[in-house]
Design a protein around this ligand. Structure first.
Ligand SMILES: Cc1ncc(COP(=O)(O)O)c(C=O)c1O
Length: 371
């Protein structure tokens, strides 16, 4: 990115030399990102972030559904950037939105999915990995069911890309959302993989760039950063994924042993290795976040985007966590997380719990986190 900034590139739509140079670079990184994600160059659409890629995919796909195919399925544990646009479209009567049931781990049963498919179903949105619990969804099975029925599949793969080797069919979904800042890339750029032949009625205007789906001068530097990050994480993905899994398993084993009363919400298997969601039934999650923060540990309560609002996590509610939805805290690990960090986290958590005992912040244990 530094190198590209130094080159002082022009607008990639300009005809002059610096413009052509920018356009050439953008084409190169688009092709490289496509190769790494198993897509053609023209299937890679740059957006401002993952949320915008979700909005473009869903408003765009729903807006282009033919009459008679406007039944749309979604899981209740999606990111708000998926749920909000679909709920808006449902509320205005543009689509007939139905929410799929999930089990206690936040996973959709393939049988439930199959049961809900109708001749009118035109679009299904299912994330690959859940951002709060880490749970992996059966996106491969979904694609296999949807394709012969002509149903479009959107997969929010934001929490999976760069964390696990991606299931081939999941990447074959018609629309796949990727967010480079989740794997070391810059903020301010997102990626929507849109398979050839998928028609989107873009909600955005102007729409002179990104194959008519978006408008405005492209951020070549951010696109270069996105490609560099994807290239870097792809190099040792299996190794890094296995290392993180060992840290996650250690937390799964040691947290219940060292902290009786703790509840682990992340399932022990079929998850990304980067997330452990936990709660203590008498401690409000926001309070635990603040107490750990004072000791230099950054964890989150719900998803980062909604944790400033004093609302219980919709994901924890969907998995039937009840009042614990207000207590849940998410530990996220990544390339920078070491064995020492994990040990240190548990030591600091102990300090917080000792400090907390008897505090007026505690909820009465018989009520749990229900205030
Ligand atoms: C599953 C999921 N989808 C979408 C997003 C939105 O991505 P961005 O922050 O790039 O808008 C996030 C962000 O946390 C996420 O976790």
């Amino acid at each position: 990115m530094d190198e590209v900034l130094d080159r002082d590139l022009a607008n990639p739509s300009s005809l002059h030399g610096p413009g052509r140079e920018a356009r050439h670079l953008l084409t190169r990184v688009r092709r490289r990102i496509g190769e790494l994600l198993g897509a053609a160059r023209d299937e890679v659409v740059f957006t401002g972030n993952g949320s915008e890629a979700n909005l473009l995919a869903l408003r765009g796909a729903a807006g282009a559904l033919p009459p008679g195919r406007r039944h749309v399925l979604v899981t209740p544990v999606e990111h708000p950037s998926v749920l909000d646009p679909l709920e808006d479209l449902g509320a205005s009567g543009q689509i007939d939105l139905e929410t799929l049931p999930v089990d206690g781990q936040g996973r959709v049963e393939v049988r439930d999915l199959e049961d809900r498919l109708r001749p009118e179903t035109g679009l299904i949105s299912m994330m690959l990995a859940n951002n709060e619990l880490g749970t992996l969804q059966p996106v491969e099975e979904l694609v296999a069911l949807a394709r012969p029925r002509g149903i479009l599949v959107h997969c929010d793969a934001v929490q999976a890309v760069g964390k696990i080797a991606l299931p081939r069919l999941a990447l074959d979904a018609d629309l796949v959302t990727v967010s480079p800042h989740k794997f070391g890339g810059p903020r301010g750029v997102g990626i929507l993989v849109k398979r050839g032949g998928v028609n989107l009625a873009t909600p955005l205007s102007p729409r002179r760039q990104e194959q008519g789906l978006r408008g405005g001068t492209e951020d070549v530097v951010a696109a270069v950063g996105a490609a560099a990050a994807l290239e870097t994480v792809s190099r040792d993905l299996d190794q890094e994924s296995a290392r993180l899994r060992r840290l996650q398993v250690r937390l799964f084993q040691e947290l219940p042993a060292r902290f009786p009363g703790i509840v682990l919400h992340t399932p022990p298997a079929n998850t990304v290795p980067t997330v452990v969601n936990l709660s203590f039934p008498t401690i409000p999650g926001a309070w635990l976040v603040a107490a750990l923060d004072r000791l230099g540990v950054a964890v989150s309560h719900g998803s980062a985007c909604s944790s400033l609002a004093a609302v219980p996590s919709h994901v924890l509610e969907a998995v039937g966590a009840g009042s614990l939805a207000r207590c849940a805290v998410r530990i996220s690990m990544g390339r920078g997380t070491s064995e020492e960090h994990v040990e240190d986290f548990m030591r600091r958590l102990r300090v917080v719990l000792v400090e907390t005992s008897g505090s007026h912040f505690l909820f009465a244990s018989q009520n749990g986190c229900n205030q």
